[in-house]
Design a protein around this ligand. Structure first.
Ligand code: GUN
Length: 285
């Protein structure tokens, strides 16, 4: 029987710590502020944005909502980002992805002031991660690291396998585990004999986007299994891991829902508070 890693609980702890820092900043007259930009009316994106706003309210972060029509031009979006970059009251900027087809996500991400890049998607943030320098880390992989810490799971010396090489999750996840002294293998759709590679692992992070793909044949008994997948299926939301099959052999495992998902938003709150700290005048906050 595996330890079930409770993301709801750890996320609440992260928000609690962020709320404490918000109170300290308030004593210096600073209220952290997150600007959330949503272009178009994708229902899943709108629902994420609503949840982020609820988290901000709980933590004491001011959230500024910028809802733009799907017909917004690149110039209009660029102008908004420029205005948010220039506004000293705004500490973090999040542009909800995916953007409508006619907008270029790369140029939008690069336009955000790296000091306000609370998503950790800017090339400067990613460069700092590669070089082991301080900077914003992408919220989902940072959330995974926080969960491991909360359950005293130290990746140092472990063989870790990350499945999925996205810029948002897989690549930064591999780098964060490397930074934590794991021996990391980054697998993807062209990996040969993926099951055998995964069976070598003490820690498996699944970030593929294929419902229940990782079954017991991928997992060494006693391994730690982190499921980043959020797949909407006829049977509801399921992860990339077949939880019922893997839970009996893992030493610890994250459920879906209630695992990594809540951590992503909690780390966004933590990054926004950190951005406000850095922006506060020296000696304050
Ligand atoms: N769309 C889905 N997840 C995310 C996220 O973490 N950040 C942004 N900006 N867009 C997303």
């Amino acid at each position: 029987m595996a330890t079930i890693i409770d993301g709801v609980k750890v996320a609440a702890e992260v928000r609690g710590r962020a709320a404490e820092e918000v109170r300290e900043l308030a004593a210096h007259g600073v209220t952290p502020c997150l600007a959330v930009v949503l272009v178009g009316d994708d229902p899943a994106s709108a629902s994420y944005v609503r949840m982020k706003e609820r988290d901000c309210a709980e933590v004491g972060i001011e959230s500024r909502d910028h809802r733009l029509p799907a017909t917004t031009s690149q110039q209009e979006l660029d102008d908004l980002i420029d205005a948010l970059n220039a506004d000293p009251a705004v500490h973090g900027i999040l542009v909800q992805m995916p953007l409508p087809e006619h907008l270029d996500p790369e140029s939008v991400i690069e336009r955000i002031d790296p000091a306000k890049d609370v998503d950790g998607f800017h090339p400067e943030s990613l460069g700092h991660l590669v070089r082991g320098l301080p900077g914003f880390r992408a919220c989902t992989p940072a959330g995974v690291m926080e969960m491991l810490r909360a359950y005293d799971i130290d990746p140092s010396g472990m063989r870790a396998v990350v499945i999925g090489r996205s810029t948002i999750v897989g690549k930064p996840m591999a780098l964060l585990l490397l930074e934590a002294n794991a021996t990391v293998t980054l697998c993807h759709s062209r990996t040969k004999d993926l099951e055998a590679v995964c069976r070598e692992a003490d820690l498996v992070v699944a970030a593929i986007g294929r419902p229940k793909m990782v079954d017991a044949s991928y997992i060494k008994p006693g391994a730690v299994v982190i499921d980043v997948g959020i797949n909407r299926t006829d049977e509801g939301v399921v992860g990339d891991v077949d939880f019922a099959a893997v839970e009996p052999i893992a030493s610890a495992i994250t459920p879906v829902p209630g695992g990594v998902g809540p951590m992503t938003r909690a780390m966004l709150m933590a990054n926004t508070v950190a951005a406000a700290h850095s922006a506060a005048p020296r000696g304050q906050g």
